[in-house]
Design a protein around this ligand. Structure first.
Ligand code: ACO
Length: 328
């Protein structure tokens, strides 16, 4: 096995072209551009076209990550797709992406569902598989949230958007995964219940269908998110043996600008060192962290020798963090 450290070698992102503005949402629900901007920081988000879904978006982000990594595609051993909005239970979205990339029979592909922390979870799994057996992995976060929103519910439909991000990880001198953890706990305040599974069964009483939409208790989730960011920061710094002062750049799950500000305050970091694209894309769930990482690298916000902390939190509930050192 290679003696190089395991790190991120290349990144990619895909955002659908269609822009859904706050002004358009004003026509759908009783809300205003001003309310949405003040309470969430979101100005607009993207919507996948009818031809697109989590697999097509994930494949586009994966192609870019592979090209940026420079590794030979057939050297990939694993492909993990983190998502919460799979079109099919099977075939897995990861296998649809594998097929789209022309890598049938060449690697093991599987899906992972852990709310908006899915990307950090998938990175954790891939890192440990590579530690054990060597090789390279594609880790993808992809979500088509607009497909599961109730566009009559102003408490949820203003928050989410669609998109995908991807990374290639493996032995490299480009970056190093320094520390990571994943965590979860039961909480029914943010959920999407698939009532169709009960509807189909002749062995269950028929459910009274209420709509297959995402439900959320916004203020409760907000409180959880703030706690999760603080706890994640504390835990990952202890694990990495780092102080807050040693963090060069912070990427927090893009759910709400106010949550990013709280995270920055807790980390004692100016907002210039905290990545923000929630204004342009809203909450893209599992895609949020890899899209932000890709953009921060392209914009030169992450530089040589920078220690970067990636913090996510999500439905379930889940939370997770990773420390990444950019080496070259
Ligand atoms: N437009 C106008 N008014 C609204 C809207 C809207 N879109 N949504 C809610 N309101 C109203 C409420 O009805 C309420 O009115 P009332 O006082 O008359 O009852 C008032 O605004 C205040 O509502 P709150 O829900 O208390 O407002 P809050 O400041 O908490 O903001 C928000 C709501 C934006 C949803 C916030 O709670 C939040 O961001 N929560 C976290 C959401 C989140 O991050 N979820 C995902 C995390 S996990 C994952 O990513 C899957």
């Amino acid at each position: 096995m290679s003696s190089l450290p395991i790190g991120i070698i290349g990144t990619g992102a895909y955002l659908p072209e269609t822009v859904l503005t706050n002004q358009y949402l004003e026509k759908l629900v009783d809300t205003s551009d001003q309310w949405i901007r003040e309470r969430t920081g979101i100005r607009e988000r993207r919507v996948a076209s009818p031809e697109e879904d989590v697999a097509t978006m994930g494949e586009a982000a994966a192609r870019q990550a592979l090209e940026n990594s420079g590794i030979a595609w057939e050297d990939l051993d694993y492909l993990i797709a983190a998502s919460n909005t799979f079109n099919y239970m099977y075939p897995a979205t990861a296998i649809r992406i594998q097929h789209g990339l022309g890598l049938d029979d060449k690697l093991a592909a599987f899906d992972l569902q852990a709310g908006c922390s899915g990307f950090n979870y998938a990175l954790y799994v891939a890192e440990n598989m590579i530690k054990n057996k060597g090789g390279y992995a594609l880790v993808i976060g992809t979500d088509a949230n607009t497909r599961m929103l109730d566009f009559t519910d102003r408490g949820t439909c203003i928050l989410f958007g669609d998109g995908a991000g991807a990374v290639v990880i493996g032995p490299t001198d480009r970056s190093r995964l320094v520390a990571s953890f994943v965590a979860s706990s039961y909480n029914g305040k943010l959920y999407l219940k698939n009532e169709f599974t009960e509807l189909n069964s002749p062995f269950l009483p028929k459910p009274a269908l209420t709509g297959n939409f995402m439900y959320m208790d916004g203020p409760e989730i907000f409180k959880f998110a703030v706690r999760a960011v603080q706890e994640s920061l504390r835990r990952i710094l202890a694990q990495a043996g780092m102080s807050r002062e040693e963090i060069d750049f912070l990427i927090i799950h893009q759910a709400n600008y106010r949550i990013l500000e709280t995270g920055a305050r807790f980390a004692k970091m100016p907002m210039e060192k905290v990545y923000v694209n929630v204004d342009r894309y809203g909450n893209t769930s599992a895609a949020s962290i890899p899209i932000a990482l890709h953009e921060a690298l392209i914009e030169g916000k992450i530089q040589k020798n920078h220690k970067v902390v990636l913090i996510s939190f999500g439905a379930g509930v889940t939370w997770a963090a990773t420390v990444l050192e950019w080496l070259s």
